[in-house]
Design a protein around this ligand. Structure first.
Ligand SMILES: NC(=O)c1ccc[n+]([C@@H]2O[C@H](COP(=O)([O-])OP(=O)(O)OC[C@H]3O[C@@H](n4cnc5c(N)ncnc54)[C@H](O)[C@@H]3O)[C@@H](O)[C@H]2O)c1
Length: 329
């Protein structure tokens, strides 16, 4: 088996690539490596015979066609991957997150066995329903989420017997990887708790679904191992712990020390999300193995070992700061 991981140099991708290599699967990684050099992001397995790194742009369709001809499966993670980074330059965001998608799918069709797309659970918008399941309508609130939903449509329209496509809608990921993001909620609170002994929570009652990064990676590994008939045309939510911001704050305090001060600020961002991941448990027998506390403790260990230096100022931890710095076109 061989896999092309597009965006494999990112937060989730770097750990996914490591796990695929450990399973002795040949991995091709296509990434712009916006957040760090491959030698650093893949440190420890950079020289593996199972890894081939290609620095390039998903918008370069000739390059993509060439790579697609070499692999059986594609996992597509590349993205301008949060709302603020997208809004910084909407034309750029659209060109990467949306415009490149249809040509890519066309190039993959009838050549690729499995195509797995990283959408987002933010495609639902805010829902009153207690259990947000995959069959509910999509009401994305931002352009980042809107283009995720539009790519889902393209993929489902193109999938068929000879092109097996699967969509994952991840919750917010947390925990440590060799390209850690410190701009996602659990990681933000942990960074502040560990280093400033103070966390600020805007609001507090809003629910934010989260998933440990290793469980997220395990979900991709699970899907890629499934028979096509089980996963073709399927959409799965992936996120198991629908905590409120206050509850996440308490977990940080519990894990890092009760001396941490929790301050509340008023917010007009009352967005509260919750998703059901029953479908992936039921159909793929996928169960999360790691908790949010574990993600906090993994980050604590990384801070203890000085693996996350300059954790408030180095732009490599913050997508928006890095996008501002490099001015990608
Ligand atoms: N991390 C989360 O909490 C989360 C939640 C829901 C969905 N997702 C989705 O999962 C995927 C992975 O998320 P992540 O947190 O690892 O994101 P990330 O930003 O860390 O990784 C994205 C990678 O894509 C690369 N990239 C960006 N533009 C590119 C281009 N034009 N050509 C080639 N490579 C390019 C970047 O260099 C980066 O390495 C994304 O699609 C994201 O939208 C993530």
């Amino acid at each position: 088996m061989s896999v092309l991981v597009i965006g494999g140099g990112g937060y989730v991708g770097s750990l996914l690539v490591k796990n695929l290599i450990e399973k002795k699967i040949k991995v091709f990684v296509l990434d712009l490596f916006i957040y760090g050099k491959p030698e650093i992001i893949f440190s420890g397995y950079h020289k593996s015979e199972f890894l081939e790194v290609i620095k390039g742009d998903i918008r370069d369709i000739d390059l993509m066609k060439n790579l697609i001809s070499k692999v059986d499966n594609v996992i597509h993670l590349a993205c301008i991957s949060n709302d603020p980074s997208f809004e910084l330059n909407p034309d750029l965001g659209k060109s990467i997150n949306y415009d490149s998608f249809y040509p890519l799918i066309k190039a993959c069709k009838n050549k690729i066995n499995k195509f797995i797309y990283a959408s987002s659970s933010s495609v639902y918008g805010i829902k009153e329903e207690k259990s947000v399941t995959e069959d509910l309508s999509l009401e994305p609130l931002t352009d980042y989420s809107k283009f995720k939903a539009l790519c889902e449509d393209i993929l489902l329209n193109e999938s068929g017997n000879k092109f097996c496509s699967t969509i994952l809608r991840p919750a917010t990921v947390c925990g440590y990887s060799q390209r850690t993001r410190l701009d996602v909620i659990v990681n933000i609170l942990t960074n502040n708790g560990y280093n400033k002994r103070k966390i600020i929570i805007n609001g507090g009652k809003q629910k934010r679904p989260n998933i440990h990064i290793q469980d997220m990676v395990n979900a991709y590994l699970n899907v890629i191992d499934q028979p096509n008939e089980v996963i073709n045309d399927q959409i799965f939510n992936v996120g198991f712990e629908n905590y409120t911001l206050d509850e996440i704050g308490s977990l940080v305090q519990k894990s890092l020390g009760e001396d941490i001060i929790v301050e509340h600020k008023d917010t007009d961002d009352e967005r509260s999300y919750h998703i059901s991941s029953d479908k992936i448990s039921r159909i793929l027998d996928f169960k999360p193995l790691f908790s949010i506390e574990k993600a906090i403790n993994d980050l604590k260990e990384a801070f203890d070992k000085k693996l996350l230096k300059d954790s408030f100022d180095d732009p490599k931890y913050f997508n928006i700061k890095m996008m501002q710095k490099i001015n990608l076109q």
